[in-house]
Design a protein around this ligand. Structure first.
Ligand SMILES: Nc1nc2c(ncn2[C@@H]2O[C@H](COP(=O)(O)OP(=O)(O)OP(=O)(O)O)[C@@H](O)[C@H]2O)c(=O)[nH]1
Length: 294
């Protein structure tokens, strides 16, 4: 009998969740960004390990803040914790134990979890060992503690083989040929958001979102039209840039990512639109496709 189950990847913003998922999948699907809160919506990412199937649920960083959007993120993360078979809790090796302790408090259903000490390439081996010693006082809480680096020392199968140990025997939940259940549109949207994060500094990227207006598959090219939504007129100017240089760069970077994924040529047309206060407004979130249930 095969093993198959849901695994949530949780941790504070910037803990390395998206990077880990990309590394485990071996293809660029989840979004990676250098800035916090880049991962907003839940995405299922399916990874086969030998004959077993792991369905990873990408969750936003576990943290509290006042903005409605951030409240939404937290709810999503907690929802994911509720329904899964296993949690991978990512704790950057240089972090204090407080994030993990908060997580233990929130994990009311006591879902089994593996503690991954991430980014161990940033510190010495003895620092890793010291941190593992600190976590030992919670050894009755976690199934395992595994030091990990996506840059060196560990390989994806080191992690995957531990993960499947804790999954139930179950037929596949997804056709193994499909890499992600997210629609292509959602992936395009994430690519554009990622390019905004990569090209625009300051706080602006946090206050923007992307709406895919149209995806048209023509004979030898995909035509994608999308709108970047900002909160203020001044932000619109920043996104467009002097002589439209910024928006051109964003468009080019996103187009390259899309073409790499689909293996087809893409014509990407970007628009910018101002929508005041969308992060604070439930209808605004719904209009952008967030499934707001609270
Ligand atoms: N040195 C090192 N850096 C890493 C490692 N894993 C991730 N990073 C870096 O950590 C930063 C944050 O990684 P992300 O994967 O975006 O983090 P995240 O937890 O998904 O962040 P949010 O989406 O904001 O919740 C990026 O700059 C990564 O390159 C690692 O193993 N070693």
């Amino acid at each position: 009998m095969t093993k198959c189950g849901y695994v949530s990847v949780v941790g504070r913003p910037n803990a390395g969740k998206s990077s880990l998922l990309n590394w485990l999948v071996g293809e660029k699907i989840a979004m990676v960004s250098h800035k916090a809160n880049a991962t907003r919506k839940r995405a299922n990412i399916i990874v086969m390990h030998n004959d077993d199937q792991i369905v990873f649920v990408d969750t936003p960083g576990l943290h509290e803040t006042e903005k409605l959007l951030n409240q939404f993120m937290l709810d999503e993360a907690l929802k994911a914790i509720g329904d899964c078979d296993l949690i991978l809790f990512l704790a950057p090796v240089t972090d204090k134990l407080t994030h993990y302790e908060n997580f233990l408090e929130k994990n009311k259903k006591n879902t089994k979890h593996i503690l991954l000490l991430t980014k161990i390439d940033n510190v010495t081996n003895s620092e890793v060992l010291e941190k593992m010693r600190e976590y030992r006082k919670y050894s009755d809480k976690f199934e395992e503690i595994i030091p990990v680096s996506i840059k060196k020392q560990t390989t994806p199968s080191d992690i995957l083989k531990e993960v499947v140990k804790y999954l139930p025997e179950h037929p596949y939940l997804f056709d193994p040929e499909i890499l992600t259940t997210e629609h292509l549109r959602d992936i395009f949207k994430e690519f554009i958001r990622e390019s905004i994060f990569e090209n625009i500094s300051d706080e602006i990227p946090y206050e923007t979102d992307v709406l895919i207006n149209k995806v048209e598959e023509k004979k030898d090219i995909d035509v994608v039209k999308a709108t970047i939504i900002v909160q203020k007129g001044s932000q619109k100017g920043m996104i467009i840039g002097k002589g439209a240089t910024a928006i051109k760069r964003i468009g080019k970077d996103a187009r390259i990512k899309i073409e790499k994924l689909t293996g087809r040529k893409c014509f990407l047309e970007l628009f910018v639109s101002v929508k005041k206060g969308w992060t604070k407004n439930k209808q605004g979130l719904k209009d952008l496709g967030y499934d707001v249930t609270f």
